[in-house]
Design a protein around this ligand. Structure first.
Ligand SMILES: [Ca+2]
Ligand SMILES: [Ca+2]
Length: 121
């Protein structure tokens, strides 16, 4: 809980000022209604979240889940030197997931090679 509140601490002074508290409550309020206004997130992460929005300016549970999935896969990809499947267009993702032998959501060099070999068989 403390970490999530820190995300609202825009000026990183360790305290939530009135405006920051208000935004945190707006986000919690949105959570109850099933969707969180993107405006209520810290400005520096808003552009990353808008990518997952269907255009109504709020993130519903499905969109939030997707955002977290992408974040997780991107983190894993940067650790293993592979490519996050979720960073590809949705249409390509299905095929790429078939290549993902380890099922971790990341295509690494070995999996690309295996895929290419399969094509040429
Ligand atoms: Ca939305
Ligand atoms: Ca993999």
């Amino acid at each position: 809980m403390r970490e999530s509140l820190e995300a609202f601490d825009n000026n990183k002074n360790g305290f939530l000022d009135g405006d920051e508290i208000l935004k945190a409550f707006q986000a919690l309020d949105g959570l109850k209604s099933g969707a969180i206004p993107i405006d209520s997130f810290p400005p520096d992460i808003q552009p990353g979240l808008r990518v997952h929005d269907d255009g109504d300016g709020t993130l519903d549970a499905k969109e939030i889940a997707k955002a977290f999935l992408v974040l997780e896969e991107t983190n894993k990809a940067s650790q293993s030197g592979g490519i996050a499947i979720s960073s590809f267009p949705e249409k390509a993702q299905e095929k790429l997931r078939a290549l993902d032998g380890t099922g971790d959501g990341v295509i690494d060099a070995a999996e690309v090679l295996a895929g290419v070999e399969a094509l040429h068989r």
